[in-house]
Design a protein around this ligand. Structure first.
Ligand SMILES: [Fe+2]
Length: 481
């Protein structure tokens, strides 16, 4: 065992970690940049905040670093009256503050054993994964299920851990869903102990109004959920933390390709015994696109990973991380028949894409368009294009970012007074390798082929990261842009 560790450590010393350099290298400073240069013109009716979360380690890591480990940092572009301001701020989680006080790292990441980490807190909750806007503030959320951290949507100041007025009795995973029609927030958490999952609803006023245990057959690693007008959809997929590794205090993924995927459909305010489970082919799903109801069917569209197990052609101490991050996902549709209990599933398109966004005003209602990041076939999880899918026939229009330019999840910004589902804009941080800095491309969601309406230039590089959202100007504090 010791020989293995020494060998791995020796190799690590000579093997650069791709997620600490190049487009992923962390920013060391928190900055505010006003009146950014613009190539083209920012549309008059585009006012609000484009904010993206992602990992950005405060200190050099101890042991092997996984891309998912870094402290959460939000990057926001605030657009108002034709000018743009950029801010980046770390999320002041408890773990971040403890490490800052100690002057160095206290936690290892998920590739290393947890047993040397602070007592009672085996993993550092970084809040680094996703960001949603609920009530009047942002919530930064973590994929392993942790505390939601409330942030000011303009200054990005961490307001604090959100416990929903003292009503929160569990953790919250990264992909909570806001129903903009009702103002409710739907969420789940998951963990190692029965019932292994819990589901809840937060009221528009910000208090938990519904909370139920969801019994799974064992610990799972669900990443996303979906809602429809009357239901929530939860996932039991055959990807686990290897139980043997867990006993040793380690984290190691294991995919059981013999076990079905299961989707739990529960009325929004249903009890635990009202969950109906629908079986489907084995797979893993990072992200759902949207779900809705059609007659007696629940329709769920996702980015489906057919074979999530690592490919064997990589070697070295980071092989498992690099293998799993070679995502191979495609747009996929499920139909769960509430009458017969049967599932139908179909490939919508077989191109490799992930990190979908939609018009957030339509979460839970029928959508025709999905805006997916196209995954480069040559580089591990770099996005070389932004796709606009017409899910009715699987056709797509793609905006390619260009040689050496890598995009970021692109939220949809509805045009004020817009009527159509795609009446609005798409925004994406794009890192330009040759320039060594980033810009923000703004596209007309009606016409991706026309190319960007404008590029908002940054004098800095925004590290590639995870999820983003758009907060319309009229919803910001004070109600103005
Ligand atoms: Fe995610």
């Amino acid at each position: 065992m010791s020989l293995h560790i020494e060998t791995a450590a020796a190799r690590l010393a000579t093997e650069p970690n791709p997620y600490l350099e190049g487009p992923y290298a962390p920013m060391r400073d928190e900055i505010t940049l006003e009146d950014l240069a613009v190539v083209g013109e920012i549309p008059d009716d585009l006012n609000g905040v484009y904010v993206r979360n992602g990992p950005n380690p405060q200190f050099d890591p101890r042991g092997r670093y996984h891309w998912f480990d870094g402290d959460g940092m939000v990057h926001a572009l605030h657009i108002a009256d034709g000018s743009a301001t950029y801010r980046n701020r770390w999320i002041r989680t408890e773990g971040f503050e403890r490490e800052r006080e100690s002057g160095g790292v206290l936690w290892t990441g998920i590739i290393e054993p947890f047993d040397g980490n602070p007592a009672g807190v085996p993993e550092k909750d970084t809040a680094n994964t996703s960001v949603v806007f609920h009530k009047d503030h942002l919530l930064a959320l973590w994929y392993r299920a942790g505390k939601p951290y409330a942030l000011d949507p303009v200054t990005l100041e961490t307001i604090g851990a959100e416990d929903f007025g003292g009503t929160l009795r569990c953790e919250v995973s990264a992909h909570a869903k806001v129903d903009e029609q009702t103002g409710e927030l739907f969420f789940f958490d998951y963990g190692l102990k029965p019932p292994y999952m819990r589901y809840g609803v937060v009221s528009p006023e910000g208090a938990i109004r519904h909370f139920v245990p969801i019994d799974l057959p064992g610990p799972r690693l669900p990443h996303d959920m979906a809602i429809t007008k009357n239901h929530a959809i939860l996932m039991d997929l055959p990807l686990f933390n290897d139980p043997e590794a867990a006993k040793l205090g380690r984290f190691k993924l294991f995919f059981d390709g013999e076990r079905s995927s299961r989707f739990g459909v529960i009325p929004r305010y249903g009890d635990a015994d009202e969950v109906r489970w629908f079986e489907a082919e084995p797979c893993f799903i990072y992200h759902s696109v949207n779900a809705w109801e059609e007659d007696r069917e629940i329709v769920l569209e996702v980015c489906r990973v057919t074979k999530p197990e690592p490919r064997s052609d990589l070697d070295g101490p980071l092989a498992q991380m690099l293998s799993y991050l070679r995502l191979d996902a495609h747009l996929h549709r499920y139909r769960f028949d509430l009458g017969t209990g049967r599932t139908r599933e179909e490939v919508v398109d077989d191109d490799n894409s992930e990190f979908p966004s939609i018009n957030l005003g339509r979460v839970g209602s029928h959508t025709r368009y999905a805006y997916n990041m196209h995954i480069s076939p040559e580089k591990t999880l770099l996005f070389d294009g932004l796709m606009k899918y017409d899910t009715s026939d699987g056709s797509a229009e793609t905006h390619w970012f260009g040689d050496g330019r890598w995009g970021s999840e692109a939220p949809f910004a509805p045009r004020p007074g817009g009527v159509g589902e795609d009446d609005g804009y798409l925004l994406s941080y794009v890192y330009d390798e040759r320039a060594g800095r980033s810009d923000v491309e703004v596209l007309d969601a009606h016409d991706l082929a026309a190319g960007p309406l404008c590029r908002i230039e940054l004098p800095v590089r925004v590290p590639l990261g995870f999820h983003a959202t758009w907060v319309p100007g009229e919803r910001l504090p004070g109600g103005s842009a």
